[in-house]
Ligand binder design. Structure first.
Ligand code: NG6
Ligand code: CA
Length: 510
């Protein structure tokens, strides 16, 4: 049996080698066209109305604006979900997040929620010869359920398809508050091992609840566990002193890693997933951005994020990579003001409208939960324009695979490469939207939101979740702010949409 396998393997190798040599023997060898680099820049909680290119007047984001103006600004670009983990899951797998019951906001100790055998965007690109990297926020779980933070942490980004990773495990407001480089906590002193627990504190460790005198920023009850750099977090942690991040330096830390990666791999096609931490809480601008927006920390970190994009673009330009790099900028979910810390996001908002003209925000089934800034830019290849085509981040798997010369279709991910490159405005016909494990449905210019309860804790905080005891139906063409519920007056449309929605989602979608 074994000998047969060996012979087959040798045969296979021989065929592979001869195939590789073939072009040399051709009379007219084709000049190999280099595949374009792909950079996906993903903001965290950036709203549809948070950029000046998308209509903000109280804040100016020149660097991202420049991409939107010189590239394509999508007005109907969507994250798949109104929170982080599910959106990131869909982005990397091309699968709607509601198909995976674990694709919910995860604690820092959660296991990896992507099956390591699953097709992913970085795996496809890698198989096409790309060097792949993720820098920034991960929030898709790590390990198999019982991570030892002091040794190799796996499975994680590498097993999902990233050659290089420099990440934070979950969110900036959750422990562990350390960077993880290629599966190892960066700068860890093994004599000061890290332990993490989301249930109970470690003996002698101060918490936000018990030691308010140590805080430079106050958190609500959920954000009042371990204190790191004067900021109380979700979850408890002990040890790892030398490895703890300094929040105010996080932006430049990730930026430098992103820049170094593209510099190191400029000679081969690369895919960089650059996952910015802003403007998620805790909002901790570097001193040079403190006060820059006049809007408090939330505005300041949006300016900081915009600066990071500008600096990163300079690197691409200086390395001569701009003409061969497709850049996509988007956000993982809509905006939120008060998300657990007293940082004056509400008080200092002034006339700024983070959701633009859309209703709702993060956690919401209304449009602003999932409709986000969505920009594609490729110098010399994409003609500037505005696209109203419906496109979702779940489509990037098929679309970018196509760009890299591979045709991979999943049940949910549509190949919209031509839309992304501005060659077509035929986007999706319909799209399932998700927020806190509930789903709504957009079809053409109509949105259907089935009746749902709760989540009460969000409603109590004044968050417009979009959940209501009756059906909601909106015509976005006439009512982009989703004010006039047409469910009762247009039963026919409601019925038609319910049928299509249930065909995708199943009858037991609740
Ligand atoms: C919520 C947190 C919120 C934020 C969010 C994750 C509470 C009360 N709120 O549970 O502060 O961390 O999770 O945001 O704990 S996301 O953008 O990563 O989905
Ligand atoms: Ca988010």
């Amino acid at each position: 049996m074994k000998t047969i396998q060996v012979i087959l393997y040798i045969l296979f190798l021989a065929i592979m080698v001869s195939c590789k040599e073939m072009p040399k023997n051709n009379e007219m060898p084709k000049k190999e066209k280099r595949l374009p680099n792909i950079v996906f820049i993903y903001a965290d909680d950036l709203g549809y109305g948070d950029l000046s290119a998308y209509g903000a007047t109280e804040i100016t984001t020149p660097n991202i604006d420049n991409l939107a103006i010189s590239g394509i600004k999508f007005t109907n670009g969507y994250a798949t979900s109104a929170t982080c983990t599910p959106s990131r899951f869909a982005l990397l797998t091309g699968v709607y997040p509601w198909r995976n019951k674990d694709a919910k906001i995860l604690p820092g100790t959660a296991p990896l929620i992507i099956d390591t055998a699953q097709v992913t965007l970085p795996k496809i690109l890698k198989s096409q010869g790309y060097k792949t990297a993720v820098v920034g926020k991960w929030h898709l779980g790590l390990g198999n359920g019982n991570v030892d933070w002091n040794s190799h942490i796996a499975p994680g980004p590498y097993e999902v398809g990233f050659d290089y990773s420099y990440i934070m495990a979950a969110t900036q407001d959750r422990v562990p508050t350390v960077y993880i480089k290629d599966g190892y906590v960066d700068n860890l002193d093994l004599n000061d091992p890290i332990e993490v627990n989301y249930e109970q504190n470690f003996k002698g460790e101060p918490t936000g609840t018990d030691n308010p005198e140590l805080l430079k920023m106050k958190g609500d009850l959920q954000h009042s566990n371990s204190i790191v750099n004067g900021v109380p977090r979700i979850g408890y942690m002990t040890g790892g002193k030398s490895a703890k991040w300094i929040d105010e330096n996080m932006a430049v830390t990730f930026l430098a890693k992103a820049q170094n990666f593209v510099k190191a791999h400029k000679k081969e096609p690369f895919f960089l997933y650059y996952a910015l931490q802003q403007p998620h809480v805790p909002r901790t601008p570097n001193p040079r951005f403190v006060g820059a927006s006049g809007m408090g920390p939330r505005g300041d970190v949006i300016l900081e994020a915009d600066w990071c994009v500008g600096e990163f673009l300079k690197t691409l330009k200086n390395e001569g990579l701009l003409e061969n790099t497709l850049i996509i900028v988007s956000s993982d979910n809509g905006p939120v003001l008060d998300d657990g810390y007293e940082d004056q996001a509400v008080e200092k908002l002034g006339k700024h409208t983070p959701s633009g003209r859309l209703r709702g925000g993060k956690y919401s089934l209304f449009e602003a939960g999932t409709r986000v800034p969505f920009i594609s830019y490729w110098k010399g290849q994409i003609a500037p324009g505005i696209s109203n085509a419906i496109i979702s981040q779940v489509d990037l798997l098929s679309s970018l695979s196509k760009l890299a010369g591979s045709e991979v279709a999943t049940q949910d991910s549509q190949n919209l490469l031509d839309v992304l490159l501005g060659k077509s405005d035929q986007g999706r016909e319909s799209l399932v939207l998700e927020a806190t494990s509930r789903t709504a449905f957009r079809q053409g210019n109509w949105v259907l939101i089935p009746p749902y309860d709760g989540p009460k804790e969000l409603k109590d905080k004044g968050i417009e979740t979009g959940n209501f005891k009756e059906f909601q139906l909106y015509n976005l063409n006439k009512d982009i702010g989703e004010q006039e519920n047409l469910a009762k007056s247009n039963l026919e449309k409601l019925q038609e949409m319910m049928t299509t929605f249930e065909a995708i989602r199943g009858k037991h979608y609740k």
